[in-house]
Design a protein around this ligand. Structure first.
Ligand code: C2E
Ligand code: MG
Ligand code: MG
Ligand code: MG
Length: 278
């Protein structure tokens, strides 16, 4: 339709759409500057042993303190970074910071999110290897979280690349498993170690057999395939208890702690999180 209107097609953009587009371009520009000036920060959300509340690891989550708009949520700027290619320098900044930090937390596992664009980049393998070497972090302590959509689109590249990453000795986790329409039969083709149960599935746990069915299905699947499981978005003690009862060993969520700066996680390390009375 826009095409047939020829030169007049711009008349069909409502003023509000135009403003939205300009705002997006502005933000993309600001993001480029923030990446170049190293203004992005890395926060850490603990992973907890559901049997006793001990911290066993943490997920690195990027934070952008914008000088005028305050903290902008990753869900808003990660897609922008993906579109512009900025996700590569951004992602490597996070990986570098997280590995250095984790090397100072002996024995703790660290998870870093990799966007599909990063996995498609052949340089990612050497980059991860060099970052591990520079930081001194043992490879088995690093988990790379990939999106389920990666396994679906571009499956051949993903399979090859994930194999190369796996050969470095790192662990691979599928983030938000079950929300991305990958076929279950494909799971076997990838060297995956861990499935992460997404928050919407965790929300239903402890609310009854039907509501908890999806979380239980992932736990059963993981057990059958010999994979680890991490439940995300646990907000209530009842969910933590029920997940533990269902065989889930590790959890993450506001019930235990939100993502915090490294120094704050330091202070949490000796504690048992989510225990009654806290
Ligand atoms: P994700 O990797 O699935 O991370 C979990 C998100 O859920 C985080 O949001 C975390 O703060 C939030 N969360 C954790 N526990 C709870 C809870 O109990 N309740 C609620 N309501 N939320 C909880 P965050 O930090 O805003 O990140 C959103 C997404 O942005 C991440 O989802 C991830 O996909 C992406 N992201 C964040 N950092 C990076 C990064 O460094 N690189 C890439 N590629 N993506 C990133
Ligand atoms: Mg994640
Ligand atoms: Mg997730
Ligand atoms: Mg999520």
């Amino acid at each position: 339709m826009a095409k047939r209107q020829g030169r007049n097609r711009f008349a069909y953009f409502a003023p509000s759409m135009h403003a939205g587009l300009l705002e997006k371009l502005d933000l993309a520009d600001d993001l480029r500057g923030a990446v170049e000036r190293h203004e992005l920060q890395v926060y850490y959300q603990p992973f907890v042993d559901l049997s006793d509340g001990a911290i066993v690891g943490a997920e690195a989550l990027v934070r952008w303190p914008h000088p005028r708009h305050g903290f902008i949520p990753p869900d808003r700027f990660i897609p922008l970074a993906e579109e512009s290619g900025l996700i590569l320098p951004l992602g490597y900044t996070v990986l570098e910071a997280a590995c250095r930090q984790a090397a100072a937390w002996p024995g703790l596992k660290i998870s870093v999110n990799l966007s599909p664009r990063q996995v498609q980049d052949p340089a990612v393998v050497l980059y991860v290897q060099q970052t591990l070497a520079r930081s001194g972090l043992a490879p088995h302590l690093l988990t790379l979280e990939i999106t389920e959509s990666l396994l679906q689109e571009d499956a051949e590249v993903a399979q090859h690349r994930l194999g190369e990453l796996k050969a470095l000795g790192v662990q691979l986790a599928v983030d938000d498993f079950g929300t991305g329409y990958s076929s279950l039969s494909r799971l076997h083709d990838f060297p995956i170690d861990v499935l992460k149960i997404p928050k919407p599935f965790v929300d239903g746990v402890a609310a009854g057999a039907e509501q908890s069915a999806l979380a239980r299905a992932i736990l059963d699947l993981a057990a059958a395939l010999g994979l680890g499981v991490v439940a995300e978005g646990i907000e209530h003690a009842e969910q933590a208890a029920e997940l533990h009862r269902l065989g889930c060993e590790v959890g993450q969520g506001f019930h235990f702690s939100k993502a915090v700066p490294a120094a704050e996680l330091d202070a949490l390390l000796p504690m048992r999180l989510g225990a009654a009375g806290r």
